[in-house]
Design a binder for this molecule. Structure first.
Ligand code: MN3
Length: 205
């Protein structure tokens, strides 16, 4: 049985950038529903005994669409909450800052590139900053609840997400309606760059 991670902060902690009602619904309804359906789908299978959801994600080709969608939804939201922190005007930590400079020139150009991917993503999905196996950064989007580490993605294009933003309307519509660009811009105020830095250095497949 997998369980919901505890949120590191109260629902209102990310205001005004993500309002408390959106956080509450997102966590208690959407994330919970992915988890429940995931647990139900793996009940009685050997996946039930997996210690980490990553081992399901990296072998997702061996499962079915129900597990793909719900293991993905569960894992993506676990990641997302860990990548958010209290608004305090933070900027990328040292190692991430250097990697962003190397790949995108500067932080402003990186943010523009990330936003471009996010705005061009059609329908529901996620935008990610990833690290590949040779420690290069790249930005990508995934549809629905797919994740860049899933083995259904070409090995050349696979990566470890170090930062991600939920582009499903349930993540922003209550507060931002159709203003996805504004939601993306506001996201930078609550990014947990310590988590990003840790993931850049230590997260693995
Ligand atoms: Mn969501």
């Amino acid at each position: 049985m997998f369980t919901l991670p505890e949120l590191p902060h109260d629902f209102n902690a990310y205001e005004p950038y993500i309002d408390a009602k959106t956080m509450e619904l997102h966590y208690t309804k959407h994330h919970q529903a992915y988890l429940d359906k995931f647990n139900k789908a793996i009940a009685g299978t050997e996946m039930e005994d997996e210690k980490t959801v990553m081992s399901v994600i990296t072998n997702i080709s061996k499962t079915n669409d129900i597990i793909r969608n719900n293991a993905g939804g569960y894992h993506n939201h676990n990641l997302f909450w860990s990548m958010l922190t209290l608004p305090k005007g933070q900027e990328p930590e040292k190692i991430t800052a250097r990697a962003i400079e190397k790949h995108y020139g500067d932080f402003t150009s990186f943010k523009a590139e990330f936003a471009k991917f996010a705005l061009n993503s059609f329908g529901s999905g996620w935008v990610w900053l990833c690290r590949n196996k040779v420690n290069e950064l790249f930005i990508c989007t995934t549809p629905n609840q797919d994740n860049p580490s899933m083995d259904i993605i070409d090995e050349q294009k696979r990566g470890i997400p170090i930062l991600g933003l939920d582009l499903w309307e349930h993540a922003y519509y209550l507060q931002y309606q159709n203003r996805r660009a504004e939601y993306i811009e506001c996201f930078w105020n609550i990014v947990n760059w310590e988590t990003v830095d840790d993931r850049l250095q230590y997260a693995s497949f």
